[in-house]
Design a protein around this ligand. Structure first.
Ligand code: NAD
Length: 292
C-alpha cells in the first residue's frame, strides 16, 4: 500500500516554484505577490491563511495579509477587492472562506478580477474549467491532480467516485477527472447527500475522492481492493487528550481503508499541503500571465 505523501509532493512543486522565483530575481524582476483577505477570528481560517503566507515566504513570493473584524461592512470589503484588482503589484487575490453571514460570498468572489482569481472560484474561471480552457483551477482539486501527477497514478479509463459536490472541491474535482487531460479521462460518478446507495457506488471506485466533511465517513466496506483513496476532509474533532483540545480528522477511516486501498492520502499530511501547492502554482501563473 502506497502512502500518497502530500509533504513530499508539495515540496517538489515548491522547489520548482522557488527556482522560477530565483530566476526572476536574477533577471531583476519582482517576485509574485499574493494578497489574502481574512475576516474575523475563525481558528481554522487563521491557520490556513498563516500557512499560505508562510509557504509564500518559503519560496520567495511576497504576500500581503489584510485582516478585517467580523462586523466589516460588505461595501468596504468590495472596495478593498477593487483596489487590489487595480494594484499592478498584486498578482493573486484570495478571500479566505467561510465569510460572516452578512457578507455575500458570491458577490465577493465575483468582485475579484478573473486574471487575479488564484482560488479559481470566479464564474469565469469555472466556465473555462468546464470547457477545458486554460484557467485557474480551484486549489484543492488542482493539488489533488498535482499529487496524482507526482505519484504517476494512472487515471485513464478508471472509474472515479467523488463524494461531495461543493463548488470548491467536489464539483471541480469531478470535472477535472472527467476532462481529456493527463490525469483525467476517468468515468466519473459524483455522489452527494441525496445519493441513496452511496456505499455500493463508492465500493466500485478505482479512485475514490472523499470531500464531504464528515469525519471517518468512508469505511473499509466502501473501498474496492487496490483503490486509490483521496481524503479531502478536514474536521476539528474535540479531544481533551490532545494538546490543542482537538484533533484533525479526515473523511476516511484511515486505519480501515488502508487495509484495502492500493494508495491513500493521510490526514493531516495529504491533500491540505497540496492545496497550498495548487494555490502557489496559480499565483505564479497569474504573475506570468499578467507581467511575465
Ligand atoms: P461543503 O460542506 O461545501 O460540501 C460538502 C458536500 O458533501 C456537499 O456537496 C454535500 O452534498 C456532501 N455531503 C454532505 N453530507 C453527505 C453525506 N452524508 N453523504 C454524501 N454526501 C454528503 O464542504 P467542502 O467545502 O466541499 O469541504 C468538504 C471537506 O473538505 C470539509 O471537511 C473541508 O474542511 C475539507 N476541505 C479540505 C481542504 C483541504 O485543503 N484539504 C480544502 C477545502 C475543504
Amino acid at each position: 500500500m502506497l502512502v500518497l505523501d502530500g509533504k513530499i509532493a508539495a515540496a517538489s512543486v515548491k522547489e520548482l516554484l522557488k527556482k522560477e522565483t530565483t530566476d526572476l530575481a536574477a533577471k531583476g524582476k519582482p517576485s509574485p505577490h499574493l494578497a489574502a483577505i481574512l475576516i474575523g477570528n475563525n481558528g481554522a481560517s487563521e491557520t490556513y491563511v498563516a500557512s499560505k503566507v508562510k509557504n509564500c515566504e518559503e519560496i520567495g513570493f511576497r504576500s500581503t495579509l489584510i485582516r478585517f473584524p467580523d462586523d466589516i461592512a460588505e461595501q468596504e470589503l468590495l472596495q478593498t477587492v477593487d483596489s487590489l484588482n487595480k494594484n499592478k503589484d498584486i498578482d493573486g487575490i484570495l478571500v479566505q472562506l467561510p465569510l460572516p453571514k452578512h457578507i455575500s460570498e458570491q458577490k465577493l468572489i465575483e468582485a475579484i478580477d478573473p486574471t487575479k482569481d488564484v482560488d479559481g472560484f470566479h464564474p469565469s474561471s469555472v466556465g473555462k474549467l468546464v470547457q477545458g480552457l486554460p484557467t485557474f483551477i480551484p486549489a484543492t482539486p488542482y493539488g489533488i491532480i498535482l499529487l496524482l501527477e507526482h505519484y504517476d497514478i494512472p487515471t485513464k479509463g478508471k472509474h472515479a467516485v467523488v463524494i461531495g459536490r461543493s463548488n470548491i472541491v467536489g464539483r471541480p474535482m469531478s470535472i477535472l477527472l472527467s476532462s481529456n487531460m493527463a490525469k483525467g479521462n476517468c468515468t466519473v460518478t459524483i455522489c452527494h447527500s441525496h445519493t441513496p446507495n452511496l456505499s455500493e457506488i463508492a465500493a466500485t471506485a478505482d479512485i475514490l475522492v472523499a470531500a464531504l466533511g464528515k469525519p471517518e465517513f468512508v469505511t473499509a466496506d466502501m473501498v474496492k481492493p487496490g483503490a486509490v483513496v483521496i481524503d479531502v476532509g478536514i474536521t476539528r474533532v474535540n479531544d481533551d487528550t490532545a494538546k490543542k483540545g482537538f484533533r484533525i480528522k479526515g473523511d476516511v477511516n484511515y486505519a480501515e481503508a488502508a487495509t484495502k486501498a492500493g494508495a491513500i492520502t493521510p490526514v493531516p499530511g495529504g491533500v491540505g499541503l497540496m492545496t497550498i501547492a495548487g494555490l502557489l502554482k496559480n499565483t505564479m501563473q497569474a504573475y506570468l500571465n499578467n507581467r511575465g
